[in-house]
Write a protein of this length. Structure first.
Length: 319
């Protein structure tokens, strides 16, 4: 009887052991002996869940540019840390667009620092306009916008769009990177113009000087451009260090595209979708008139993804 009890106990212990280790991984210690790590998969799931619900870890995992520590970077870190309300407004504003921009940057295997560029260009404001008539969150001037296929007419200004302007900006940056060889020089050219950067490189070559970004004679704004981007990156990587908090932004689409086949008033679209007209304009800032003008080609509009169903349902009753 005692023998049977001992056998039964050993069997139960073995079953329990194998049930615990089915999801575990085997590793080897310093003596060459196999050991079992039980919690490794659980920890991996925690990381995946964090990545799933917040966009910030996804952004922080995608940086590729090598930072060169400098006084300029430290100065901009101080500038932003002293203006928490400004940083908060900028980051909250980016919520509508950040997922789309991050996804497009990832598709092209570009440095994730590029997804932060609208923060220094326009504070992620798609209706921003500069004194030089640059427009949108990527701040295209009219001539460069036309080169990259962004329509500008009485009805629309595609330099302000979320999707078209983002893709145009990434196309332009990829072209500049191919031309100049580094992302620092590509960013400098995006800011100051490729002609000016090219001339500065030629000047340094003639004088037998280095031709990297940090060695060129460039306008003050352009010399500050990359350090400012690195300052933003450092703040997002470690906001507590600078006394700041990041808003909660989910790692999921904020908006979806709906095709419009007939002319329709923008106020009516907002009512049907149950969103404010301000929300509609921020998602569709390219439309300059209160009517979506459809000629022969359906027009795309962006609406919050949770409002798409109600919009489509109500639209059926009026069309």
């Amino acid at each position: 009887m005692n023998f049977k009890s001992n056998s039964l106990l050993r069997t139960l212990v073995l079953i329990l052991f194998f049930s615990i280790t089915t999801n575990a991984q085997s590793e080897t210690n310093a003596l060459g002996q196999k050991i079992t790590v039980i919690d490794q998969k659980e920890n991996s799931n925690v990381i995946k869940n964090t990545y799933k619900y917040s966009i910030w870890p996804r952004i922080n995992n995608g940086y590729q540019m090598k930072e060169r520590p400098s006084r300029r970077i430290r100065n901009f870190e101080k500038w932003y840390s002293k203006r928490p309300e400004y940083v908060q407004r900028m980051l909250e504003r980016s919520e509508k667009y950040l997922f789309y921009v991050v996804s497009e940057v990832e598709k092209r295997n570009m440095p994730m620092e590029i997804a932060l560029l609208p923060m220094i260009e326009s504070a992620y404001n798609p209706i921003a306009t500069s004194r030089q008539k640059a427009a949108g969150m990527w701040q295209f001037i009219p001539s460069t916008g036309k080169i990259y296929g962004l329509k500008q007419n009485w009805w629309v200004d595609d330099r302000r769009t979320v999707m078209e302007a983002t893709n145009a900006a990434l196309n332009y940056l990829e072209k500049l990177h191919k031309e100049f060889g580094t992302w620092e020089l590509a960013l400098a050219s995006y800011n100051a113009g490729e002609g000016r950067v090219g001339r500065s490189i030629k000047r340094n070559k003639r004088n037998k000087k280095p031709t990297g970004y940090y060695s060129l004679r460039l306008p003050r704004e352009t010399k500050n451009y990359v350090p400012k981007l690195f300052a933003i990156k450092n703040i997002i990587s470690n906001p507590k260090k600078y006394g700041l908090d990041l808003p909660k932004i989910k790692n999921q689409p904020y908006f979806e595209v709906v095709k419009i086949n007939k002319n329709i008033d923008t106020q009516l679209i907002a009512r049907l979708a149950e969103v404010s007209i301000e929300e509609f304009r921020l998602l569709n800032p390219q439309h300059k008139r209160p009517v979506i003008n459809v000629k022969n080609v359906p027009q795309d509009i962006n609406l919050p993804y949770q409002n798409i169903h109600i919009f489509n349902c109500k639209l059926q009753f009026i069309w």
